[in-house]
Ligand binder design. Structure first.
Ligand code: DGJ
Length: 534
């Protein structure tokens, strides 16, 4: 019996690639890896799951950060996403101010968190609000986009080489500095290049240079990638020509900014997306920025921006149908899924169940998840029992953070399935081959005071052995195709914790705790389950 336990416990670190005694002192740089069409963000040479949160736009300042850290720790995040503002970083041409990035790195290390730097450069929410004043006041050199009628927009044209070179120089300086101060400790694990690019108010730029390019031929690079015959933009793309042209222009610009940064310090880089509505009619330049990496133009972006490792969705839709469609659209053989911004945490009057979205993302093999605007919560939000929903989300993050290495590896291996509670009591069957996990919500319909959506993840650990992590749910293991007189039973149910990738069994559950299946409460728990038959 005891031997069986040791084998069961020892199995994990081996296949999870636990730390070798010969590990290098300085790990390789963070990078995105792809195995059999599945992705991982490697940090410290092993898969890392981003349990993040993004701070508010104007919070990368010393006065705002203490609150951020308190709340991020309350949530049990392992990563903070924080902006660097071009206007502050380069207040006069060529003079760079590293104080903000140094402050963020220093404080992240103090709080033992990782950082994702958001470069608020040429684009921020389809506008140019973060470019330095010396650019805003020299529009002859740094031209604005114009509409068909000649009116100007509050966004820079992507066809200006002066604008491109200025952004490249600043971003390269930032990356050069990151290399100098962080390449050993690697607190910064990824960089977002620009923020929600594109334009509102026009489908494409109508400056003379843009018009000339638009009436010319589609570049061969794009034709080859999309398997299209040659021609002008209108001939090749018909009604979509303006939007595809815009996407190609913006993506090419950002690709060159990313390339300049990578030449200095090759961290993984991504672009985030102001989404088009996945369920309703949507109009480029009106209901969403045209030229940004919306799912209808991802292929254009992929062709034009090979230096951008990921194109990712900012999901501010509450509907699960919308979520599922967006997760499908952005999870592609050539594109890792990551949710860098989502709703749920930035407004205490409108808290929504962040955990359900997190589990949807995990079920779609995301490499990370990060709700937006944590610092609009009150300072004591996670401490005073004041917001049950927040406590539930913190419980979810706490449990997943305690096993984030294991989670990341399982996602990379494509092993994780999740179930999320629907609006009404529901059951979800997770097909595990010989076994099926039947997940029921809520676990006690008569007594449970429902305050959160239950969620469960299941992953195989070996023959007839499963990892089960759950919150407010009930799980039964049944045989998928039982033989005559073959009945399932639990051979061993261990409740425990992970230390790194090593499983620590705290107690064995049996009797009332397993006779009617496995129950998970508000706080959640991690189980290793071994099933058998009689
Ligand atoms: C999406 C943007 O990317 C963020 O910077 C922020 O402006 C949020 N929207 C606000 O909801």
């Amino acid at each position: 019996m005891r031997d069986a336990l040791i084998v069961f416990v020892a199995i994990l670190p081996i296949w999870l690639g636990g730390a070798s005694p010969h590990a290098q002192t300085v790990p390789n740089l963070p990078k995105i890896v792809n195995r059999d069409g599945r992705f991982a963000l490697m940090v410290d040479d092993r898969p890392f799951f981003i349990l993040g949160t993004q701070i508010h736009n104007s919070s990368s300042w010393p006065v705002s950060m203490p609150k951020v850290w308190t709340l991020a720790e309350g949530l049990h995040a392992n990563t903070i996403e924080a902006p660097i503002y071009w206007e502050q970083f380069e207040q006069s041409p060529g003079n760079f101010d590293y104080s903000t990035v140094d402050m963020l790195i220093h404080e992240a290390r103090q709080h033992q968190m990782r950082l994702i730097i958001l470069w608020f450069g040429t684009w921020k929410n389809a506008r140019m609000h973060y470019v330095p004043q010396w650019i805003k006041s020299d529009l002859a050199k740094y031209p604005l986009m114009t509409k068909r009628d000649g009116d100007s927009l509050d966004v820079l044209s992507p066809y200006s080489l002066d604008t491109l070179h200025a952004d490249q120089a600043a971003f390269a300086a930032l990356m050069r500095h990151l290399k100098a101060v962080d390449s050993t400790k690697q607190t910064v694990i990824m960089v977002q290049v620009e923020n929600e690019s594109g334009s509102l108010g026009t489908v494409r730029d109508h400056t003379p240079k843009a018009n000339k390019l638009f009436s010319g031929p589609v570049p061969q690079q794009l034709l080859t990638a999309l398997h299209k015959p040659s021609g002008t933009w209108r001939q090749v793309f018909g009604r979509d020509a303006d939007e595809f042209f815009a996407a190609y222009g913006v993506a090419s610009f950002i690709n060159q900014v990313a390339a300049a940064g990578k030449a200095e310090y090759a961290l993984p880089m991504y672009c985030n997306t102001w989404l088009r509505d996945p369920l309703e009619a949507a109009y480029p330049g009106k209901s969403y920025p045209s030229g940004g990496p919306t799912f209808n133009v991802i292929n254009v972006w992929k062709a034009a921006a090979p230096n951008v490792d990921l194109i990712v969705p900012d999901i501010y839709f509450a509907s699960r149908t919308a979520w599922r469609k967006i997760l499908r659209e952005y999870s592609r053989p050539n594109n890792p899924l990551f949710i860098p911004e989502t709703l749920g945490m930035s407004d205490v009057d409108d808290l929504s169940d962040v955990s359900q979205y997190l589990f949807l993302a995990i079920g779609a093999n995301a490499i990370g998840f990060s709700p937006f605007g944590i610092d609009s919560l009150p300072l004591g939000a996670f401490a005073n029992n004041a917001y049950p929903k927040l406590e539930d989300d913190a419980a979810t993050f706490r449990v997943l953070e305690s096993m984030d290495q294991v989670l990341a590896e399982l996602i990379y291996r494509g092993k994780v399935q999740t179930a999320v509670q629907a609006r009404k009591p529901n059951r979800v069957a997770l097909d595990l081959g010989r076994w099926t996990a039947i997940v029921s919500f809520p676990h006690d319909p008569i007594h449970a005071i429902r305050r959160r959506d239950g969620c469960v993840l299941v992953a195989p650990l070996g023959q007839d052995q499963f990892l089960v992590v759950g919150f407010d749910a009930h799980v039964d293991f049944v045989l998928t195709h039982p033989e005559m007189r073959e009945h399932p039973r639990y051979l061993r149910v261990e409740e425990g914790t992970y230390q790194g990738t090593a499983w620590k069994s705290d107690r064995w559950l049996n009797g009332d705790e397993t006779d009617s299946g496995l129950d998970f409460g508000n706080e959640g728990s991690i189980l290793h389950v071994r099933v058998g038959t009689y």
